[in-house]
Design a protein around this ligand. Structure first.
Ligand code: PEP
Length: 251
């Protein structure tokens, strides 16, 4: 079953309001005429509503960089999935390594966020990935498996169809060091195998698994040529309209 590739830009906490609108418009222009792939952007929360207006007439998918697990309540600093949906957000990045390692989000919190996103109709991108020391100690598969199974705890097979997984080795994020295509493919195949064990093979074949970690115009084509790599989650290179345009148009 063919999986539609997804190229996703994570803008992190970069760009002013005006810069965000301009980049949103540039990405929308890059997507003109594209029918065989999906493109998503995740601006910082404060500008989501305005960027939603800027890309309204385009196929660009708007995502949040995180989401609360409750609709409303005393959760200072969090964003409600319902409000996000109201303003045009349809996906959410969850468990990004910066959330896990800078803000100490646990697998349990990521799981709660993911279940909440699904309950309120947002499609989650569940990020998993090992630290450099994990890789050096031969722990990559163990770490990835734990983040995947704990992150998906309580997710039904029907709900899994809405989930995208992103493999992002922490040592490759923002460092300029990309996993080789072989390293990435090996972990992607492992993740798909794990999904087949947790659910079933036919369903695992439908799930998109993105690679993230210093994806650039120079390496996107070879990464995307791997059989289990279904897209890219792009940080730094997503902030430059020309670089992101080239990544969107991977061959
Ligand atoms: C990311 O933020 O998810 C990421 C992969 O960043 P970069 O592309 O800059 O490594």
């Amino acid at each position: 079953m063919a999986r539609t590739p997804l190229i996703a830009g994570n803008w992190k906490m970069y760009l002013s309001l005006a810069e965000s609108v301009a980049l949103g418009q540039a990405v929308a222009a890059s997507c003109a005429g594209l029918t065989d792939r999906e493109v998503m952007i995740a601006p910082t929360c404060a500008v989501l509503s305005t960027v939603a207006g800027a890309i309204a007439d385009s196929p660009v998918i708007l995502a949040a960089q995180n989401v609360a697990w409750e609709q409303e309540g005393a959760f200072t600093g969090e964003s409600s999935p319902v409000t996000l949906k109201d303003i045009g957000v349809s996906m959410a990045i969850l468990g990004h390594s910066e959330r896990r390692h800078v803000f100490y989000e646990t697998d349990e919190m990521v799981n709660q966020r993911l279940l909440g996103a699904l309950d309120f109709g947002l499609k989650p991108i569940l990020c998993v990935g090992e630290l450099l020391e994990d890789r050096e100690q031969g722990q990559t598969f163990e770490v990835v498996q734990k983040q995947l199974s704990k992150g998906l705890q309580g997710v039904t097979a029907k709900q899994l169809e809405q989930v995208v997984v992103a493999y992002e080795p922490v040592w490759a994020i923002g460092t300029g060091k990309t996993a080789s295509k072989e390293q990435a493919q090996e972990v992607h195949a492992f993740i798909r195998g794990k999904l087949a064990t947790l659910y079933e093979k036919k369903l695992a074949e439908k799930i998109r698994i993105l690679y993230g970690g210093s994806v650039k115009p120079e390496n996107v084509d070879s990464l995307m040529a791997q059989s289990d790599i279904d897209g890219a989650l792009v940080g730094g290179a997503a902030l430059n309209p020309d670089s992101f345009d080239r990544i969107i148009h991977f061959i």
